[in-house]
Design a protein around this ligand. Structure first.
Ligand SMILES: [Zn+2]
Length: 130
């Protein structure tokens, strides 16, 4: 089921990079697939990134890298989440580390975060951040 979805995603991105779809059409298709798939949002974001990178041109890849690096600088992490409308979620709030934790314990601690979609304003809570 997941492999089948991955193949679909890769095909969609390949066509998108060939210029067959506009960005809006791409988002609509991704949104439809996501609602049909019932895959959890974190897994889905990873699949989208994999599918994007498989067919991305070097320029796309470089742009994406730069975007991730920029976000890493801004947020202290490079994680991307996608809304079920296909929009890229913006991390709004990251859980604080428990105060008593030292450096190593903090490295092992998985923080959660709240993210919001700038396109449809949907808010996602409790996403895995680390
Ligand atoms: Zn959205």
């Amino acid at each position: 089921m997941k492999d089948e979805m991955m193949t679909k995603l890769e095909t969609i991105y390949a066509d998108y990079y060939d210029g067959l779809y506009s960005e809006d059409q791409l988002k609509t298709m991704l949104k439809r697939l996501y609602s049909e798939s019932q895959i959890d949002i974190t897994k889905w974001s990873e699949m989208l990134l994999d599918a994007q990178w498989k067919y991305a041109t070097e320029e796309d890849y470089r742009n994406k890298r730069e975007q991730l690096d920029l976000e890493a600088e801004l947020e202290g992490g490079g994680i991307m989440f996608f809304c079920d409308c296909g929009g890229l979620l913006l991390v709004e709030k990251v859980e604080a580390y428990p105060e008593r934790y030292n450096g190593n314990e903090r490295l092992d601690y998985d923080r959660s975060c709240t993210a919001k979609c700038p396109d449809c304003n949907k808010v996602y809570e409790g996403l895995k951040y680390d």
